[in-house]
Design a protein around this ligand. Structure first.
Ligand code: GDP
Ligand code: CA
Length: 339
C-alpha cells in the first residue's frame, strides 16, 4: 500500500503541569486519529517539562509537573483534580498530621508517595533526574519522551509582603504561594533560584533543534514556560531551530482559564490578555520565540495586534473540554504555521 512519510516526524512541546498535560493528551489523540495535518501515530513527541515547581518535602523529592504529565498520559491521573493519582488514599498525610509535622497544607497521597520514594532513592543513588524520569516512565508508558528541563535544582520562589519582617517582604517557595496562600496575595517578584547556573537536561537542546515543530501549549507563561525558556540555552535553541514555533494562549477573554497566571503575569509586568502574552513571548523575527500564536475565538479582536508584532495569529476555540476539542486546536496550530 502506498504511504507517504509524515511531514511531522518529531514534535517537541515545552510543558507545565495540568494545562500542558491536557494539551498533550489532545495532541496524542489528534496524531492517532489523523486530524493533525502531516502528523500520524508514528510522530514522535518529546516533552520538555518544567521542573521549577519541584521541591523537597518530608525528605522526598516531588516533581509536580513531570508527574502530572506522566500520570495524565499514562492513565493514572485523578481526572477530577487534574493532578495526583486516581483512587488515592491519604493515610500517610493523616499520620504526619498526628505527629504535628509541618507543613500540613501540602498533601501527599499514599500512591503518589511511592513515586516520590522511587525518585528520591534513585537521586540519592546518584542518578540524574532525567534518568529517574525515564525509569518512572517505563511503568507509565506515557507515549511521549518525557524530559525534565534540567537535571539541576531550579526552584521558583515568590516574594510576598510581610509586615513582620524588616524588609517588609519575605520570599517563599512557589508551592507555599500556590497551595497555602492560593495565590491570593500579590506576587511582588518571581525569583527562579538556581536557574542561571542550570544546564538543559540531556536531549533537550537536540529535541528542540531536531524537531519539525515546536509547541508552547497553554501552560503558565511565567512559572511553566517562562522557567523552561529561562534555563540558559533553551530560549536560544527555540529561537534558532529550523522548525516553526507555535503557541496556544492560556488566557481567554482576558483571564486565565484556571490557575494563578494573573498574579504572576502582573508581577512581571505583562498584560493579562492573549495578545499581551503573545507579545511578551515575541516574534522570532524580532528576537522572540514565536512564529504563530492561537488566541480564543472570543479574542478575535487581538489578532491584528499580534500580526503587527510579526506573529501569525488566528482566533479559534481554545477550551480543552475533551481530547477531540483539543486535537482540533492542535490541528489549527499546525495549519497556522504552515507545516
Ligand atoms: P500547572 O503547572 O498545573 O499550573 O499547569 P500549566 O502551567 O501547564 O497550565 C496552566 C495554565 O493552563 C493556566 O494558565 C490556564 O489558564 C491554562 N489552561 C487550563 N485549561 C485551559 C483550557 O481549557 N484552555 C486554555 N486555552 N488554557 C487552559
Ligand atoms: Ca506547575
Amino acid at each position: 500500500m502506498p504511504s507517504s512519510a509524515p511531514t511531522l516526524r518529531r514534535i517537541t512541546v515545552l510543558s507545565g503541569g495540568v494545562g500542558g498535560a491536557r494539551f498533550l493528551q489532545g495532541l496524542l489523540h489528534g496524531l492517532r486519529s489523523g486530524v493533525v495535518p502531516g502528523g500520524s501515530a508514528d510522530t514522535e513527541v518529546t516533552v520538555v517539562a518544567n521542573t521549577a515547581d519541584d521541591w523537597w518535602i518530608h525528605g522526598l523529592k516531588v516533581c509536580p509537573d513531570l508527574d502530572t504529565v506522566m500520570y495524565t498520559l499514562g492513565d493514572g491521573i485523578d481526572v477530577e483534580r487534574g493532578w495526583g493519582r486516581r483512587e488515592e488514599t491519604w493515610s500517610a498525610k493523616t499520620e504526619l498530621e498526628a505527629y504535628g509535622v509541618e507543613p500540613t497544607w501540602f498533601g501527599l497521597g499514599d500512591r503518589d508517595i511511592a513515586t516520590h520514594l522511587v525518585r528520591t532513592q534513585m537521586l540519592e543513588a546518584g542518578f540524574p533526574l532525567s534518568q529517574v524520569t525515564e525509569a518512572l516512565c517505563r511503568r507509565w508508558q506515557p507515549g511521549v519522551r518525557l524530559l525534565p528541563m534540567s537535571d539541576d535544582r531550579v526552584e521558583t520562589h515568590i516574594a510576598v509582603a510581610d509586615p513582620d519582617s524588616a524588609s517588609g517582604r519575605k520570599v517563599i517557595h512557589f508551592q507555599e504561594y500556590w497551595v497555602r496562600l492560593r495565590a491570593e496575595v500579590p506576587a511582588e517578584a518571581v525569583l527562579v533560584v538556581g536557574q542561571e547556573s542550570a544546564t538543559p537536561a540531556p536531549g533537550v537542546l537536540e529535541a528542540i533543534a531536531g524537531a519539525d515543530l515546536v509547541v508552547l501549549p497553554p501552560s503558565n507563561p511565567v512559572v511553566s514556560v517562562g522557567t523552561i525558556l529561562g534555563v540558559p540555552g533553551i530560549r536560544e535553541a527555540v529561537r534558532s531551530t529550523a522548525a516553526p514555533v507555535v503557541g496556544v494562549s492560556p488566557i481567554v477573554r482576558d483571564a486565565p482559564v484556571h490557575g494563578m497566571a494573573r498574579q504572576l503575569l502582573t508581577s512581571i509586568g505583562v498584560e493579562v490578555s492573549a495578545s499581551g502574552v503573545g507579545v511578551h513571548y515575541g516574534a522570532r523575527s524580532a528576537g522572540g520565540v514565536l512564529d504563530g500564536w492561537l488566541v480564543d475565538a472570543g479574542d478575535a479582536g487581538q489578532v491584528a495586534r499580534l500580526e503587527e508584532a510579526g506573529i501569525r495569529s488566528r482566533a479559534v476555540p481554545l477550551m480543552m473540554t475533551d481530547p477531540d476539542a483539543t486535537a482540533a486546536m492542535v490541528a489549527e496550530a499546525v495549519t497556522l504555521v504552515g507545516t
